[in-house]
Design a protein around this ligand. Structure first.
Ligand code: SAH
Length: 263
């Protein structure tokens, strides 16, 4: 563990062991996320709140934010340089990232399906619920957060890194995308959500969007809860919910119905 702050400035001693944000007493087998980032202070971020935060504290999963800066070059620990061929912005250097990835991969299982190595990128394959489920069945993940114009292509090829996208838009850095994907994965781990049934019923679990939800008061601003939901007839309620799910999916996401291949 490196002393990270000296008088409010980041210390620049290379960290050979990742900064651990995991909860006390995390069992060795608990699912682990290792995130390489220029902004380790962004973690755990929202992952430290609510159910994911409680699970982190309870050691149901672990999180290590690995600061890229100490792997930088020279007195200023430079991590980026101008793009080969010219153009705007900066690119994260292959040698700097390479050293950070070597450190991050230490002690991880050799089989990538047990411990994927991914880079957040708008050019990547879109992240899906199916992907979250795959990841939650492994032992952990290593994620690389890009910044600026992204990362040197040679690193991606050398390590066989898989690029994954949060969606068709461009963020300033990979940190928000990493947190979103870790959140979606962690909530599928056993015991993280109190009510396991809610995972099976929610959007995408069945290839459909979830039906609308209501709670008290029974009448609000003149609007009533659909009477069937108050009928106590469970078969009718299940039928109504299924019909609403299908209607919403047809209206909003016909692609989910057309694409019945495993996602
Ligand atoms: N020039 C790049 C965008 C760089 S954005 C391009 O046009 O493809 C800077 C970093 O933010 C990226 O390296 C990536 O890590 C992250 N990022 C931006 N948008 C993202 C998205 N939709 N999904 C995942 N990561 C994203």
């Amino acid at each position: 563990m490196t002393e990270r702050r000296a008088k409010g400035r980041l210390a620049i001693t290379p960290s050979l062991s990742p900064r651990s944000l995991e909860g006390r007493g995390t069992p060795a087998r608990a699912w682990q996320a290792r995130v390489i980032t220029l902004f380790p202070d962004a973690f755990p971020g929202v992952l430290g709140l609510s159910l994911t935060g409680k699970a982190l504290q309870d050691g149901l999963w672990g999180l290590e934010a690995i600061d890229l800066r100490p792997f930088g070059i020279g007195k200023h620990r430079n991590v980026d340089d101008t793009p080969a061929g010219g153009g705007a912005g900066m690119v994260l250097r292959a040698d700097v990232l390479g050293a950070a990835i070597e450190t991050a991969m230490r002690g991880t299982p050799p089989e990538r399906s047990d411990w994927p190595l991914v880079c957040l990128s708008p050019r990547g394959r879109p992240f899906t619920q199916a992907r979250a489920r795959d990841w939650s069945r492994g032992r952990g993940i290593t994620m690389i957060c890009g910044r600026f114009e992204g990362i040197d292509q040679r690193v991606i090829e050398h390590f066989g890194i898989e690029e994954v996208s949060l969606g068709d838009f461009v963020l300033t850095g990979g940190e928000l995308a990493a947190q979103a994907m870790i959140d979606a994965t962690v909530r599928l781990l056993p015991d993280v959500l109190g009510n396991a049934a809610s995972v099976e019923e929610e959007s995408f679990a069945s290839g459909l969007l979830e039906h609308p939800q209501y709670t008290r008061p029974a009448v609000w601003e003149g609007r009533e809860i659909p009477p069937v939901l108050l009928s106590g007839n469970h078969a009718e309620i299940a039928r109504w919910r299924r019909a609403e799910s299908e209607r919403l999916t047809r209206e909003r996401r016909p692609d989910l119905i057309a694409d019945q291949s495993p996602r």
